[in-house]
Design a binder for this molecule. Structure first.
Ligand SMILES: C[S@@+](CC[C@H](N)C(=O)[O-])C[C@H]1O[C@@H](n2cnc3c(N)ncnc32)[C@H](O)[C@@H]1O
Ligand code: SF4
Length: 378
C-alpha cells in the first residue's frame, strides 16, 4: 500500500504576532465549531481517493491548534483513525503555544494518540517575547513544558527564532542553552523573515526596526549550529536539529517530495503528480464544504521535469543532501546527466560538495542555498 502524510490547519490564534503571516485569525472564534465540522467533511471527501494509502504521519498546525478546545482535536483524530488506513508506527504532531494548555488538555491530546508536540517558544527572554508580540512569558514556557512531560510526552520540539529586533548573539545562545537544558528532543531554529503585510514589515519600511546586520545574523546561525551539534543534536536540515532518531518524519516527507494531503484553510497538497491548495477565505471554505464541495483554489500538474526540479530544490535543504542512488531509483537517470553544469559551477564556487554518495551544501552553501536552488530550475 502507498504511504501518505496528512497536514491539518487550525487557523485560530489568541493574538497575531508581529512577524507572522501564516493564515490565522484572532477574531474568528465564533467560526470554530463550523470550521471543525468542515474539516471532517473535507476529510470524508478524500476517503475514496485515499483508499489505497496508509497514513504515516499527521501534523496539526496553525495558527494555534492548542487555542481551541481539545475535544475538537480528539474528535478529528478519532474520525481519521476510524475512516482511513493508519500506519502502525504513526507520528502525530500538534503545535501548541505556551500558556494555552492545561493538564486536562494535555491528557486529552495523549488519549487522542498525539505523540509529538511542537512548542512555539521563539525565545526565553521576556523582553524579546514581548517585543515580537507573543502572548506568553518565559515562566509559561516552563509551565507548559512541565505539563507535557508530566503526561509522558517524549518527543518535544521547540520552535526558536533568531535575527530578531534588538537580539544579540549572546541572547540567541542563552535561549538555546535553556532549551537544551530542558532536554528537548528537537529544535527548529528559524531566522526571521520579514513577510509583507506584517507589523514588522511595516515598521522596517519606516526604518523603525532595529534588525541585526546580515553578517551578525549569519554569525548567529553558525554559532548556534556549532553549539547544537556540540550538544549532540544532529543538524539534518538548514533550520532543524534533532537528538538521534528524533528527526521529524512529517517534515522529511516534504523535503523528500513524498505524497501529502493538506486539509483546512490555505493548506497545500502534493499527490498523484498534482499540487493543489485550498482557499484562504474562511467563509468560502465553510460554505464550499457545507455544499460537499472541495475548497480547492488552485492546482498544477507536476510533470517529470518539474518533479525533478522540486525534488532537488527541497532535497538540497537536507544536510545529507540529495542521495544519488535514491535519485536514480526515482527518476531512472543519473543526477549528473541532468545537472552537470550547475553541479560543476557550484562545486567550483565551494557551495556544494559531491562526496560520491550524495550532493550536499557546504558550510558556505548553507548561507547561500538560494543561489544553488535557482540553478535546479531548468
Ligand atoms: C506555523 S508557526 C505556528 C506555531 C505556533 N502558533 C506558535 O507560534 O507558537 C510555526 C513557526 O514558524 C516560525 N515563524 C513564523 N513566522 C515566521 C517568520 N516570519 N520568520 C521566521 N520564522 C517564522 C515560528 O518559529 C513559529 O513557531
Ligand atoms: S506565530 Fe503562531 S501564535 Fe503567532 S500569529 Fe503566527 S501562528 Fe499565531
Amino acid at each position: 500500500m502507498k504511504e501518505i502524510s496528512i497536514y491539518i490547519h487550525i487557523p485560530f490564534c489568541i493574538r497575531k504576532c508581529y512577524y507572522c503571516d501564516f493564515t490565522s485569525f484572532s477574531n474568528m472564534n465564533d467560526k470554530i465549531p463550523k470550521y471543525m465540522k468542515s474539516l471532517m467533511v473535507e476529510l470524508d471527501l478524500y476517503k475514496e481517493r485515499l483508499r489505497d494509502y496508509t497514513i504515516k504521519t499527521i501534523f496539526i498546525g496553525g495558527g494555534t491548534p492548542s487555542a481551541i478546545e481539545a475535544r475538537y482535536i480528539y474528535d478529528l483524530l478519532g474520525h481519521l483513525y476510524k475512516n482511513f488506513n493508519i500506519f502502525k508506527d504513526l507520528e502525530v504532531t500538534i503545535e501548541v503555544n505556551p500558556g494555552t494548555i492545561d493538564k486536562e488538555k494535555v491528557k486529552i491530546y495523549k488519549e487522542a494518540g498525539i505523540n509529538r508536540v511542537s512548542m512555539g517558544v521563539q525565545s526565553f527572554n521576556d523582553s524579546i517575547l514581548k517585543s515580537i508580540g507573543r502572548i506568553h512569558n518565559k515562566d509559561q514556557i516552563y509551565e507548559s513544558y512541565k505539563l507535557l512531560r508530566d503526561e509522558k510526552f517524549e518527543n518535544i520540539n521547540m520552535d526558536l527564532m533568531f535575527g530578531l529586533p534588538n537580539q544579540t548573539l549572546e541572547e540567541v545562545l542563552l535561549t538555546l542553552e535553556e532549551a537544551i537544558s530542558l532536554g528537548v528532543e528537537h529544535i527548529s531554529h528559524y531566522s526571521l523573515i520579514l513577510e509583507e503585510g506584517t507589523q514588522f514589515y511595516n515598521l522596517e519600511k519606516k526604518g523603525k526596526l532595529n534588525l541585526p546586520k546580515e553578517d551578525k545574523e549569519r554569525l548567529m546561525y553558525h554559532k548556534s549550529t556549532e553549539f547544537l551539534v556540540e550538544k549532540g543534536y544532529n543538524h539534518y536540515e538548514i533550520s532543524n536539529y534533532a537528538l538521534p532518531n528524533y528527526e521529524c518524519r512529517h517534515n522529511l516527507v516534504y523535503w523528500e517530495l513524498a505524497p501529502y494531503l493538506g486539509v483546512g484553510l490555505s493548506s497545500h497538497s502534493y499527490m498523484e503528480n498534482m499540487r493543489f491548495f485550498n482557499t484562504s477565505n474562511i467563509l468560502d471554505y465553510i460554505e464550499k464544504l457545507e455544499g460537499k464541495l472541495l475548497p480547492i483554489e488552485g492546482e498544477e500538474a507536476i510533470d517529470k521535469s518539474t518533479e525533478i526540479e522540486e525534488y532537488c530544490i527541497l532535497g538540497i535543504r537536507k544536510i545529507n543532501g540529495i542521495d544519488k542512488e535514491e535519485f536514480k531509483k526515482r527518476f531512472n537517470v543519473d543526477i549528473e546527466a541532468i545537472y552537470k553544469d550547475p553541479i560543476d559551477k557550484h562545486t567550483n564556487r565551494g557551495l556544494i560538495i559531491d562526496n560520491g554518495k550524495a550532493i550536499r551544501l557546504t558550510k558556505k552553501g548553507l548561507d547561500l542555498s538560494n543561489l544553488v536552488e535557482v540553478d535546479f530550475l531548468k
